[in-house]
Unconditional design. Sequence first.
Length: 421
Amino acid sequence: MTSITVNGGRCLKGDIFIQGSKNAALPMLAATLLNRGVTKLYGCPKITDVSRMLDILKSLGCDVSWENGCIRVDTSGASGHFVSEACAGQMRSTVFMMGAMLGRFGEVFIPYPGGCTIGKRPIDIHLDALRQMNVALVEDREGIYGCTKQILGTVIDLRYPSVGATENIILAAVTANGKTVINHAAKEPEIIDLCLLLNKMGADIHGMGTETIVIYGVEVLHDAEFTVSGDRIAASTYLAAAAVTCGNVCIFNVWEREIKSVLQVLAQMGCGIVIQNKRVRVIGPQMTFAVDQIHTRPFPGFPTDMQSQMMACLTMANGTSEIYEHVFEDRFKIAGELNKMGADITVDHQKATIRGIGQLHGAAVSACDLRGGAALVIAGLMAEGETTINNAFYVKRGYQDICGDLKFLGARIEERKAQVV
Ligand code: UD1
């Protein structure tokens, strides 16, 4: 079992290039199946979830290589329709395989998707939409089976702008018969990235980044190359860490418009912010201020994926802050671990109240999900003494090299692998 050890008290300083986006890379890898040839993706992050996605593609007969920062997927030999439990593991993103495999093979079986335990995470919106597109679905204890003679374009009104459901519908619609309209679609930057890749492959998608996406089905896609955008959550995590360590950090490779809601909160905490093209610098104050209220919302609102890290940041702010989690119902688990480090956080349903304290202290704590793990890393950077974060594998699901990056910025941080005896 891997752990991360942090000795707090260092100011983070320096410039850092941000890894490619996890949430953009995963549906793009599923999208490669729709091209019966070669797709090359540059800048995919080297994280566990990407490796698992590649394993799924290999298990379907795709030829996959990952050299010099480029993932090459040749799907010409792909066949079958079955994603095994062993390949799917605990990864939520298996669900994207539904749209892509139905588009390619007209048939799919996936085990129920896993992922971080941050709430119930149903997939009813995905399934309702696929049914509307002429897919027959059967659910049993093992997973979900779907088949179709021909995916048919239609008008789909989403009851909630689910990111994954929007992506799954797009994947299914690209080679469907006719026009698909998604109303109340998710507007996350990762959706734009996916559509840009698919359009480069010959798809005909319009309106991505708005709440109405229109997809005209095409017969075939063709070979393409694409570079995955920078990860806005990794960027925001490092900027937040700079904010609370009296730091001065510049991130490269992420647009300010993609992290605007996070920067607004950091400004309220007293940070200086300098923006220049795809570079954003945050300068942390001597003492941070509390923030009255943060509400997590779909993009362009404050991202739920930054909620835990911001909670850690506010533990030592001057005053009381409130965070309201509106996206996932069970995403405050990390509060208890932060309290072990001296924080004063109370949770009442979807609301967390964080009373700023003078100083956190190091402790042995455990990550219980990916972003909660990152929050504990930030808390460790702020704390006096040594913090050990157990279950660090969660963090590796989303951050390519969090220890290396923070060390480069001046932190005292190490990854430790448990000795096998
Ligand atoms: C994606 C991101 C995740 C991020 C989330 C919200 C990826 C790989 N993951 O997850 O990092 O936290 O967006 O920005 O891109 N819901 C339903 N039924 C459904 C689908 C979703 O009720 O069929 C609910 C979920 O339980 C949740 C909310 O809708 O409460 C948001 O989920 P969704 O936007 O679908 O998130 P994911 O695609 O799972």
